[in-house]
Design a protein around this ligand. Structure first.
Ligand SMILES: NC(=O)c1ccc[n+]([C@@H]2O[C@H](COP(=O)([O-])OP(=O)(O)OC[C@H]3O[C@@H](n4cnc5c(N)ncnc54)[C@H](OP(=O)(O)O)[C@@H]3O)[C@@H](O)[C@H]2O)c1
Length: 245
């Protein structure tokens, strides 16, 4: 059978040790080479925080805290804009940005490409109501990561009695309720599974609808519980979780 060449696919992220302008293109082309692709559909700045570049992905000081770089994410964004201009990526976005950080990019003088999405942790225990309203009001889509509450070591979201009750009512799984919850909020959702049966199950979310009452109950579970807190970076000037949203 003839092999169909894959030219571009999916989303990839720029890691924090590559925030210096000249390193952005190097990191992107390295990823394209590893992925055997000509371009990426979407490239995200993984965090607003730049780390010291070098061998280690997580350069740490003697207190076990991150060593920042002296970069500004607006400069990193400019280098990412160049990737779009030269055709290496189709679109660019951000991840783990709070509303002030996103606003800084949107207000940047001579902005050439705005972020198409902000990929953030989002599920009923961290509903992100304010940040989602902010992003949507600025026409930046939101992508929910950890939508199922992560793996079994996580927050056991799928066992929550409210979610279980709603799942039984619709004859759906807890995972399907959590995915549908985001779709009905106009939030993109990226559940992850390595199990083919569950991957299929996670797509079967377009044949039912959560009621307004279901949505209110799910939103009512919010307890501002964040899994991806990244504590070793709390010393960083651009640590995103100090502000309310
Ligand atoms: N931007 C960021 O900083 C950031 C941070 C974290 C994660 N992410 C991204 O977010 C995506 C999802 O994150 P995640 O994997 O950490 O969390 P997740 O999707 O919330 O949870 C994944 C866990 O749920 C299980 N699962 C999946 N479907 C299921 C189903 N139908 N029923 C029961 N269990 C199910 C998986 O197990 P099985 O595999 O065994 O099915 C896995 O243990 C990934 O693409 C990840 O790269 C982004």
């Amino acid at each position: 059978m003839e092999e169909i060449p894959i030219l571009g696919l999916g989303t990839w992220k720029l890691w924090c040790t590559c925030h210096k302008k000249p390193l952005v293109k190097t990191a992107c082309t390295r990823s394209l080479k590893a992925l055997k692709l000509d371009y990426l559909d979407l490239y995200l700045m993984h965090w607003p925080m730049g780390f010291k570049s070098g061998e280690a992905d997580l350069p740490m000081d003697h207190n076990g805290m991150i060593i920042p770089s002296n970069t500004d994410f607006l400069d990193t964004w400019e280098a990412m804009e160049n990737l779009v201009a030269t055709g290496l990526v189709r679109a660019i976005g951000v991840s783990n940005f709070n509303h002030e950080q996103l606003e800084r990019i949107l207000n940047k003088p001579n902005l050439r490409f705005k972020p198409v999405t902000n990929q953030i942790e989002c599920h009923p225990y961290l509903t992100q109501k304010n940040l989602i309203s902010f992003c949507q009001s600025r026409n930046v889509s939101v992508t929910a990561y950890l939508p199922l509450g992560g793996c079994s070591g996580g927050m056991h979201l799928m066992e929550d009695p409210t979610i279980q009750t709603i799942a039984q009512k619709h004859r759906k799984s807890a995972a399907q309720i959590l995915i549908r919850f985001q779709i009905q909020r106009n939030v993109r959702v990226i559940p992850k599974s390595v199990n083919p049966k569950r991957i299929l199950e996670n797509f079967q979310v377009f044949d039912f609808e959560l009621s307004e009452e279901d949505m209110t109950d799910l939103l009512g579970l919010d307890r501002n519980l964040r899994l991806a807190t990244f504590p070793i970076t709390e010393n960083h000037k651009d640590y995103p979780f100090r502000t309310e949203f």
